[in-house]
Design a binder for this molecule. Structure first.
Ligand SMILES: [Zn+2]
Length: 376
């Protein structure tokens, strides 16, 4: 099936399929839209269709040797320009390509290096000079294209002004405004919209075998970003909800219980996502704590909805309807919760945390502010 990696984006895919059928191809394309909506997945599928040995009406056949090579990002006529230092270690490059091939929706998470150096554009030119000659031409993908250095962008511009025969370029970016207009004006632009909750949920069910209720809850948490949905899956959301409830329960108790609970929380998270080492954050991995703050925020918004609207009317609006009973009990036991104060405490905590305040101090500050807001 053509374009099978792409989730949703029906209209955009149809546009690309029309371009393929008509044969009226531009030299350069710019796929832009928010993080995690499938820009790079679509770029891979488009490249696959361009290089396929037996393309169909809808795109690539998906079965010929060429299609399989593009699926692995290992086709001799395909180059992916990765951000990175001047000299890129081939082993490291291969590893990044493997990760991208496995889940192209994660492109912004996988490619962490902040700059696409000039040397990369030189590689592009070298590649284009010998790969462009034969049959189907060649394709260069530039993910996170907004990270090009000024020199790199200037150099790419020359390639765009005089494109080598047979070369197609596909740039993808979540931030098209960061690219010089001299570049964007030479590309055919294609916008990718956020995914619907329904599309994200269906993909989670189909691809990861997640049950439908959990998938819908995660989809609602992810605001149309499939990459974020995947990180919610990894984050063991179930466990996070329980911790959020426990945290709120602790907020009602005395200072000593609060300190004990927060101290017990941190070691559980230590090194949970060991790939993202951030030593200045002391005990806790950044991503895990931010996810916890997000879960708290969502849980409290659900609780507020239940109080304002009543359980029946609130139920269809809840991110996590599975928590309804707990939410009702929370509101029954604590009638005067100041939700406004709690939400602003959470906002501030997120802000402080980004400025590297210690996780222990941050959570203690938060639990004490919750204490005041809950026991009015
Ligand atoms: Zn094929």
């Amino acid at each position: 099936m053509a374009f099978e990696r792409v989730i949703g984006q029906k209209r955009t895919i149809e546009l690309l399929q029309n371009v393929l059928r008509s044969g009226r191809l531009a030299h350069a394309y710019l796929f832009h839209g928010p993080v995690g909506v499938g820009k790079f997945a679509a770029a891979m599928e488009f490249a696959k269709a361009l290089l396929c040995e037996h393309p169909t009406e809808d795109g690539a056949c998906g079965e010929c040797p060429s299609c399989r090579q593009v699926d692995q990002l290992g086709h001799p006529a395909l180059k992916v320009l990765l951000p990175g230092r001047k000299e890129m270690d081939p082993g490291q490059e291969r590893q990044l390509l493997d990760e991208l091939a496995e889940e192209p929706h994660n492109v912004e998470r996988i490619l962490k290096h902040p700059t696409i150096a000039l040397a990369r554009i030189h590689e592009l030119r070298q590649f284009a000079s010998f790969a462009g000659e034969g049959g189907r031409g060649s394709v260069v993908l530039i993910p996170v294209a907004d990270r090009m250095s000024q020199e790199a962008a200037n150099s790419l511009l020359k390639t765009l002004e005089e494109p080598p025969p047979g070369l197609r370029l596909i740039l993808t970016t979540a931030d098209p405004g960061a690219l010089p207009s001299t570049i964007t004006s030479r590309c055919q632009r294609l916008r990718f919209a956020p995914l619907s909750d329904e599309d994200v949920a269906a993909a989670l069910v189909e691809r990861l075998g997640i049950d439908r209720d959990t998938a819908l809850m995660i989809a609602r948490l992810s605001s149309g970003n499939f990459s974020l949905a995947l990180s919610w899956v990894e984050a063991d959301t179930g466990g996070m909800w329980e911790l959020a409830v426990e945290f709120l329960r602790t907020a009602v108790r005395d200072l000593r219980s609060q300190a004990e609970f927060v101290s017990s929380l941190l070691p559980r998270w230590e090194g949970k996502k060991s790939k993202e080492k951030a030593p200045r954050l002391l005990l806790v991995e950044r991503a895990v704590l931010l996810e916890f703050l997000d879960v708290l925020q969502v849980w409290l918004r659900d609780a507020q909805l239940v109080r304002e609207l009543g359980p029946e009317a609130a139920k269809p609006l809840l991110v996590n309807p599975g928590q309804l009973e707990t939410l009702v009990r929370f509101n029954t036991n604590l009638k005067n919760v100041d939700y406004g104060a709690i939400v602003s405490a959470l906002d501030e905590a997120g802000y402080q945390f980004r400025r590297n305040v210690s996780a222990f101090l941050l959570l203690m500050g938060l639990v004490q502010r919750f204490h005041r807001a809950i026991r009015r």
